[in-house]
Design a protein. Structure first.
Length: 171
């Protein structure tokens, strides 16, 4: 009889802990998703621009999380370079937590440093994890000129796919 009571208490404790943990995880996911709703709520605090990015305000922005050693990021950089004329009306902000020298080398290697609408920035890894969670590389966030998130892309993404999302959204 005492064994059954102990078993019930243990099961009850596991249920309470499980529900609490599940609730906390869902709240954190919900909070992270809320951060992506508008560009303004995303705050550029903690982001150190490596170039003159004053043109980011009130423009359509493609916010790109990348890492210079990421093969998919390198392939995407080549595609963005090839499609630069199609992207002329968009500001593309490439953000990485890697060393600033590596970020700048990446921009030069793929010829993105010569394009006026391509911007590069450094963000501390702790700030990135806190604000966006575990970001997969590459991740593209497409925003309209009002700062509304149009679509999120994760993984190898051709510029045409992102441009199509803007067309579908009516921008």
């Amino acid at each position: 009889m005492q064994r059954n009571q102990i078993r019930r208490v243990v099961i009850l404790v596991f249920l309470v802990v499980g529900v609490t943990v599940g609730y906390n995880i869902s709240k954190k996911i919900e909070e992270k998703n809320e951060l992506e709703v508008t560009l303004q709520s995303m705050s550029f605090e903690g982001i150190e621009f490596l170039d003159d990015a004053h043109t980011l305000e009130n423009n359509q922005i493609i916010f790109t999380f990348f890492h210079p050693s990421c093969d998919f990021c390198q392939a995407d950089a080549e595609e963005f370079k090839k499609s630069h004329t199609d992207l002329k009306d968009f500001e593309v902000l490439w953000v990485s937590y890697d060393e600033k020298d590596s970020i700048q080398k990446f921009s030069k290697t793929y010829g993105l440093d010569t394009l006026p609408n391509m911007h590069f920035a450094y963000m501390n890894i702790e700030a990135m994890l806190e604000r966006y969670g575990n970001v997969k590389f590459p991740t593209f966030l497409a925003y309209d000129n009002n700062g509304q998130l149009i679509k999120k892309f994760v993984g190898l993404t051709k510029p045409e796919e992102i441009l199509q999302a803007y067309k579908d959204a009516g921008d």
